[in-house]
Write a protein that binds this ligand. Structure first.
Ligand SMILES: Nc1ncnc2c1ncn2[C@@H]1O[C@H](COP(=O)(O)OP(=O)(O)OP(=O)(O)O)[C@@H](O)[C@H]1O
Ligand SMILES: [Mg+2]
Length: 647
């Protein structure tokens, strides 16, 4: 016959309870449960009545304390041996002179079972079997139902053992994490390390292990962030500096020996050659010379910015150049998409994301520069124009702190940094002259691009004598901008070439085929152009709109005359025009009569639309020529609206 003792189990590493097989035994009120817990802390050892009363009443026992303890013990005995015939009762709680003793196989108490397994793990570890030790310690830790031991603390608040037992758990968990890191199981022990770190926020040993685990699972920035917070707390709350152990762990994080370039475990290791958006899928047309020049610029400069009008191909070219030079950088290329970044945190988060790090709520620039520490890589910051100040600050920090990093930027506006090399990306050229024998020479890249994209939506479309001229007209009217050409070609799914040519009278409204897969501002020609308008401040916007009343090509005097007349403003026109040039909505060049400006037809379409927005369209333009007498004022109708917006 099996006695009840052989089935009885007592748990104190969670809710204090006793079970008989699968059945939980009703242990009675808290003080009664506390008696059992106290005895279970030292099984096989006598516990005096005085000790029990002291533990139960925290040193202030009532006069009836002895009597109450006897009653608790009697009831516990009854409960633990419940259902057993008298002869088979085990007397789990035996009486000894002046006290009691719990008589139960040690393995039947979870604390003792834990200690036994933990000891075995230590033996295995000492005999150089870390894998087995890890598994054994895992079994030991599984005995802990509540790492905080809340119930036990509540029942026996004065007992130092409870605190020591909790410390045993912390030590065992630390050993478990160390074994996990030692045996390449950082990912498996991460959640354990995180839980322990929450339990022990100021325990430097615990935090050191957690930092190492985070770093080895590729979360270096999170580890840095945690360290910064912890260092602050240690100084403010405890008035101490980080311990050598914590410092050593942090150094490991910084060295990267636990992350990029080091021991990041397989499965979490990032691709070190290229991260982020890749180069154009079907190759660039007509950019061989640009690519060569940019590769040379990257030889000499640590920061190169590609600037130019909307959709001219800055991003595509930057990625091609990055691809051509990636072999120079032992840690490869990281491409950061900043097309939607507007704030400092947006910029930092986009970088953290591109680096393959988890998004962090309070990412700081130093975390990124420390992440890049010791790395040799090309950092491509793409479409940065909405967050220039914050991007500039990040670049400055990065280049100063990371000598192995080279930055390639694309932006409609240059950043204006002292060491920035600026490369102006021009639209694809389209000859004014149609060749007499088109078949005798290869089409220009702009035409090739149109034909390539048109053939994708209209199989069989080819450039030939019947199509060449119209395609050239389309490309020219779209200023040779690859984005505009692609969008127009996509309209060939439903349009004939003459219909498409007709649409170009109002390109911003008419050229809007379905487009996915690129940045959101490439959804339509208008979206691409409007992004530039949004970059202008209020005065620049008005000035830009007023320029819509001019010919495509004009001088500063003409611009000033128009501004006076239709906007009623005496702006500092050369300065404003320079700002618009910087923002790539205007081009400056040296003409025969001096400095002149040119606006792309697609950009001018937006300026003309904006004439209306600012109420300029109702104004009459009486000036007919500027002081230079050049032909830049060509509005001959009494009202601008009649000339530009209706015709
Ligand atoms: N030379 C080229 N040959 C073929 N396709 C090109 C070329 N240049 C650009 N493209 C294509 O044209 C589109 C617009 O190019 P891209 O995104 O590089 O323009 P962008 O100047 O960066 O525009 P934005 O100022 O809006 O960021 C893309 O689909 C790109 O692949
Ligand atoms: Mg771009």
């Amino acid at each position: 016959m099996i006695g009840s003792e052989s089935l009885l189990a007592i748990q104190i590493l969670g809710r204090v309870r006793a079970t008989l097989g699968d059945v939980e035994i009703e242990l009675g009120p808290p003080k009664q449960r506390a008696v059992l817990a106290l005895l279970a802390l030292q099984p096989g050892h006598p516990v005096s009545l005085a000790e029990v009363t002291a533990a139960l009443w925290e040193g202030k026992p009532p006069s009836s304390a002895s009597h109450l303890v006897h009653t608790y013990v009697a009831r516990l005995r009854q409960a633990l041996d419940s259902g057993m015939p008298r002869r088979q009762r085990t007397n789990v709680i035996g009486s000894v002179p002046g006290g009691y003793r719990l008589t139960i196989a040690e393995q039947r108490i979870d604390l003792q079972a834990f200690r036994h397994l933990a000891h075995q793990a230590t033996v295995l570890r000492e005999s150089k079997q870390p894998e087995h030790a890890f598994l054994m310690l895992g079994q030991a830790l599984a005995k802990w139902e509540d790492p905080q031991l809340e119930d036990l603390f509540a029942l026996l608040p004065q007992r130092d053992e409870v605190r020591l037992i909790r410390q045993e758990l912390i030590n065992a968990t630390l050993d478990y994490i160390s074994l996990g890191l030692e045996t390449g199981r950082a990912t498996s022990v991460l959640s354990v390390a995180e839980r322990l770190s929450e339990m022990e926020p100021l325990n430097e040993m615990v935090q050191a292990r957690c930092l190492q685990t985070l770093a080895r699972t590729g979360q270096r920035v999170v580890a840095m962030e945690r360290y910064a917070v912890l260092r602050g707390r240690l100084q403010v709350e405890l008035g101490v500096d980080p311990s050598p152990e914590l410092e050593a762990a942090y150094r490991e994080v910084l060295d990267g020996s636990g992350s990029v370039g080091g021991a990041v475990e397989s499965g979490s290791a990032p691709d070190r050659t290229w991260r982020g958006r890749g180069p154009v899928i079907d190759g660039l047309l007509g950019r061989a010379e640009d690519t060569r020049q940019l590769v040379r610029l990257l030889d000499r400069h640590r920061m190169v910015t590609l600037t130019g009008p909307p959709g001219v191909g800055k991003s595509a070219l930057a990625l091609t150049v990055a691809d051509a030079t990636r072999h120079r950088y032992s840690d490869g290329v990281i491409v950061v998409d900043l097309s939607t970044a507007r704030t400092r945190q947006d910029v930092l988060r986009a970088c953290a994301h591109a680096f393959g790090l988890p998004r962090s709520r309070d990412c700081e620039p130093w975390m990124l520069t420390e992440y890049l520490d010791g790395h040799q890589l090309l950092l491509v910051l793409d479409d940065t124009e909405l967050a220039l100040d914050d991007t500039a600050a990040l670049i400055d920090d990065t280049l100063r702190a990371n000598p192995g990093v080279v930055v390639l930027v694309t932006s409609r506006e240059l950043l204006g940094m002292p060491y920035e090399a600026v490369y102006q990306v021009r639209p694809l050229a389209v000859d004014a002259e149609i060749p007499a024998d088109p078949a005798g020479r290869p089409p220009e890249p702009a035409l090739q691009l149109f034909a390539r994209r048109a053939a994708q939506v209209r199989p069989g479309f080819r450039l030939g004598p019947s199509t060449w001229e119209m395609v050239a007209t389309i490309c020219r009217q779209l200023d040779g901008l690859p984005l505009a050409i692609e969008l127009a070609a996509a309209c060939m799914r439903t349009d004939t070439l003459p219909e498409l040519v007709a649409r170009l009278a109002d390109p911003l409204r008419e050229i809007r085929p379905t487009r996915r897969g690129g940045p959101s501002h490439h959804g339509s020609l208008r979206a691409a152009m409007y992004r530039s308008f949004a970059l202008l401040d209020a005065t620049e916007q008005r000035c830009f709109a007023s320029l819509g009343a001019l010919a495509e090509d004009f001088c500063a005097e003409a611009a000033a005359a128009v501004a006076r007349e239709i906007a009623g403003e005496q702006w500092n026109m050369p300065y404003l025009l320079d700002r618009l040039v910087d923002k790539s909505v205007l081009e400056v060049y040296d003409g025969t009569g001096g400095r002149r400006y040119r606006m792309l037809a697609t950009v001018r379409a937006l300026a003309r639309e904006m004439l209306d927005r600012f109420g300029y369209a109702d104004r009459a333009l009486t000036v007919r020529s500027c002081r230079n007498g050049c032909d830049c004022l060509d509005a001959r109708a009494p009202k601008l609206a009649e000339y530009y917006l209706i015709s």
